[in-house]
Ligand binder design. Structure first.
Ligand SMILES: C[S@@+](CC[C@H](N)C(=O)[O-])C[C@H]1O[C@@H](n2cnc3c(N)ncnc32)[C@H](O)[C@@H]1O
Length: 301
């Protein structure tokens, strides 16, 4: 996907404002894997959000991404991120520019775990990708891919008045998808449609040579709200955050980046923030809970 490779794309903002995957999710990976994880590979690693955390469950991790600026940010963060994880042997992690649709330079049969976080929808050939991943894995090795879709406000300053929450959701959808003059037409396709369809198009392509297929989706239902379950779902939740964090997160969207390139004068995030505040009565002091729609798939060689 080209947007993240553009020189104007702010990878540091991306790293700061995108959600982290929680320890409970790495536990799901580790439990499913069962065996000791020696070598892991993170394809489409971005700024290394998952790559670094994989060091908690894997001896060595390699990250690959198409975008040289993403890989530069990964490398710039090695010291800081490794130290925060209490890791002094920086050689346990490495990053390289590479295309997930052309992984030919990697060693076949090397990996216990291959992951694709929020990136598989950019592959141009899922059949070929699954075949290649199969070859790269050791026997019984695991391929795990996951994604998050849209953040939904489920609570605002301790109130969860359904009508207001539905209104907030509707305004978000208007700005990000539904209004033809806003961000909607600027998403790269088919990637965004695949992700909005909960990766069904990808899961349908899992070849029968993989076993133990486990597919999980979590979707916010505002009427009968139930939080995602730790140990079962990919839980992406930010509670009691300032409303500005929602706008910061949205500002990392590739679709928004493309829209702003085409409309440099636009103040779309400000317009979104103003409309949201005026329609809901929320202010900069309102604290909100954000819950993402998410999903993951685990398969074994
Ligand atoms: C939304 S980001 C996800 C990054 C990271 N995995 C995470 O969980 O935050 C998608 C990443 O996929 C990368 N990407 C897109 N197409 C790719 C390709 N064909 N090969 C490798 N990386 C790709 C982009 O450069 C970007 O860093």
């Amino acid at each position: 996907m080209a947007t993240f490779s553009k020189t104007g794309f702010k990878t540091i903002n991306y790293n700061s404002f995108r959600p982290r995957y929680p320890p409970s999710f790495y536990e799901i990976l580790s439990n499913y894997s069962g065996n000791k994880i020696g070598n892991s590979l993170d394809i489409g690693c971005g700024t290394g959000i998952a790559t670094y955390d994989l060091l908690n469950i894997s001896d060595n991790v390699e990250g690959v991404d198409l975008s040289p600026s993403m890989i530069k940010t990964c490398n710039d963060l090695i010291k800081e991120r490794c130290e925060s994880l209490g890791i002094s042997d920086f050689k346990r992690i490495s990053f390289n520019v590479g295309d997930l649709d052309n992984l030919d330079t990697l060693t076949e049969g090397k990996y216990d775990l291959i992951v694709g976080a929020q990136c598989l929808h950019w592959s141009k050939n899922f059949d070929q990708l699954f075949k290649k991943i199969y070859k790269l894995l050791k026997p019984n090795g695991v391929f795990a891919y996951w994604y998050y879709v849209d953040p939904i406000v489920t609570n605002a300053s301790g109130k969860n008045d359904l009508q207001t929450l539905e209104k907030a959701k509707q305004i978000y959808f208007k700005y990000m998808y539904d209004d033809e003059n806003l961000v909607g037409p600027h998403w790269e396709q088919p990637g965004r449609s695949i992700i909005k369809n909960y990766y069904k198009e990808i899961d349908d392509k899992i070849p029968s040579m993989f076993k133990d297929v486990k597919i999980n989706n979590y979707e916010v239902d505002l009427k009968n709200f139930k939080k995602p379950t730790e140990g079962e779902d990919l839980v992406l939740v930010k509670e009691n955050i300032n409303i500005d964090q929602l706008f910061n997160y949205v500002s990392t969207y590739s679709g928004l980046h493309n829209y702003l390139e085409a409309n440099p004068e636009s103040k779309v995030i400000e317009d979104y923030a103003n409309e949201l505040k005026s329609e809901t009565g929320w202010t900069e002091d309102t604290s909100i809970d954000l819950v993402w729609n998410t999903g993951y798939t685990l398969v074994r060689k």
